[in-house]
Ligand binder design. Structure first.
Ligand code: KG4
Ligand code: ZN
Length: 348
């Protein structure tokens, strides 16, 4: 079964073509065209520009994907697309292209929730393998999904079954990284550069708050932490590189302490077999290390998974893997008329 998938929810135009055979995947094409350089001039993603770039890029990228895959278009069995959440002008480009393809090829269309894609990125353990066996995950699973738009703790009792236990009440953690980087004049996106600076800094130098760390729920709040960084930096007279490194390290540790502590609490409560990390922030080695350490100390029998490095940020391969599970479970297989872009799509 061959799935063509499209992802355009934010600032990446991505197309993948994947052949699935009884629980294994062969990646025939996987193209990601990032607009990050263009948006960095504005300090963040500009939705109308993102949409324009997606529109310019989507057809050449589709063409290139078919060339890479070396298959005839008629071989596609299913078309899949991220239909939300995300920036509506950006989503509409991908959904429009997917609808046109599904209509033209007379194939079913599957709408995929962006976070569902980030979670299922974990099911592909190697990127370059010819025929890679997909992960046979044991449930229940706790997912910590951390991106520029989301911070959620999700319980999965089985495939495609999601219960959001908690989420951020204000900023997403990736957004907080981006804002702190802007404050320290480190550019956009903030996550990778904060991680790099933090490696050279002292994470105990500045005592930043750990918002909602001891609240009885699984919710988060990062806007107060961001404001604490703002006040700290404003009050400082001399801002040299060492100081920036210490702020980066102390901020990063404060944010991750809360994420790790609540994830472990949820995993203990639900006696899970695995903890899964997903979303752009999951690329962060310090977060991976802290979570792995906490699992080892508190939940010795629990497994831990994070995506291979090229699948942490937005891509279409993760959308194809999620779509494959939809086909297997016969969930959400629609015709081109029934899939719509929805900026606030809920995970069901
Ligand atoms: O999943 P993603 O690529 O796009 C969204 O769905 O939002 O996530 C992007 C976010 C950005 O906020 C970026 O700063 C953050 O992920 N990020 C990181 C790292 N790499 C990307 N945050 C912390 N550490 C990183 N290494
Ligand atoms: Zn994402």
């Amino acid at each position: 079964m061959i799935i063509l998938s499209i992802e355009t929810s934010c600032d990446e135009t991505a197309v993948a073509i994947v052949e699935f055979k009884k629980g294994s995947a062969k990646v025939l094409a996987n193209i990601v065209s990032s607009q990050v350089k263009m948006h960095s001039n504005f300090g963040g993603v500009v939705p109308s520009l993102a949409s324009r770039m997606h529109l310019k890029n989507i057809t050449p990228i589709l063409k290139k994907a078919f060339q890479n895959a070396k298959i005839n278009k008629k071989k596609i069995d299913f078309v899949a697309v991220t239909n939300g959440p995300g920036l509506i002008p950006a989503l509409m480009v991908g959904v429009g292209a997917a609808k046109a393809l599904a209509y033209g090829l007379e194939k079913p269309l599957i709408g995929i929730h962006h976070i569902e894609g980030h979670i299922y990125a974990n099911w592909l353990k190697k990127l370059n393998a010819e025929n890679n066996k997909l992960w046979e995950a044991e449930f229940p699973i706790i997912c910590l999904t951390v991106s520029g738009g989301h911070t959620q703790i999700i319980l999965m009792k089985k495939d495609l079954n999601y219960k959001v236990l908690g989420e951020t009440l204000d900023d997403a953690v990736g957004e907080a990284f981006d804002k702190v980087a802007k404050l320290l004049e480190l550019g956009y996106p903030g996550g990778p550069v904060i991680e790099k600076m933090a490696k050279e800094g002292d994470e105990e130098k500045i005592k930043f708050p750990r918002p909602m760390m001891n609240s009885m729920d699984y919710n988060f709040s990062f806007s107060g932490l961001k404001t604490a960084v703002l006040y700290e930096v404003k009050a400082r007279k001399e801002i040299d590189n060492q100081y920036k490194q210490d702020v980066a390290a102390s901020f990063q540790r404060a944010a991750f302490d809360v994420l790790v502590s609540k994830t472990i609490k949820a995993a203990e409560k639900h006696k899970v077999k695995n903890i899964v990390l997903g979303g752009g922030v999951s690329a962060n080695k310090k977060l991976q290390k802290l979570l792995a350490g906490a699992i080892k100390s508190n939940l010795s029998a629990c497994g831990f998974s994070f995506p291979v490095s090229r699948l942490t940020s937005d891509n279409a391969l993760m959308i194809a893997i999620a779509a494959y599970h939809h086909v297997e479970k016969n969930k959400g297989i629609k015709d081109w008329k029934s899939v719509q872009a929805d900026a606030n799509l809920k995970l069901k």
